[in-house]
Design a protein around this ligand. Structure first.
Ligand SMILES: [Zn+2]
Length: 78
């Protein structure tokens, strides 16, 4: 009878560890990666030729329009 009780306690402890291991890490792992790539992947269209350039590589004029190059910024919007 004692052996059966011990087996039951051990089985419950293993089940508890398995359910805790499944429940806690996946939400943290799934929520973090999608947030990081979004700002890096933001593309803006050139106001002159319509070419899409990454926000970090784009140029802006005084009015806040986005351009792909200095030449198109000088040429202005079309
Ligand atoms: Zn352009």
């Amino acid at each position: 009878m004692k052996f059966l009780l011990l087996l039951l306690v051990v089985a419950f402890a293993i089940w508890l560890l398995k359910t805790k291991g499944r429940a806690v890490p996946p939400p943290a792992g799934r929520q973090a990666p999608p947030k990081a790539p979004q700002p890096a992947a933001q593309m803006l269209a050139c106001a002159h030729c319509g070419l899409h350039v990454p926000q970090v590589d784009s140029l802006q004029d005084a009015a806040g329009r986005t351009y792909c190059s200095g030449a198109h910024r000088q040429a202005g919007p079309r």
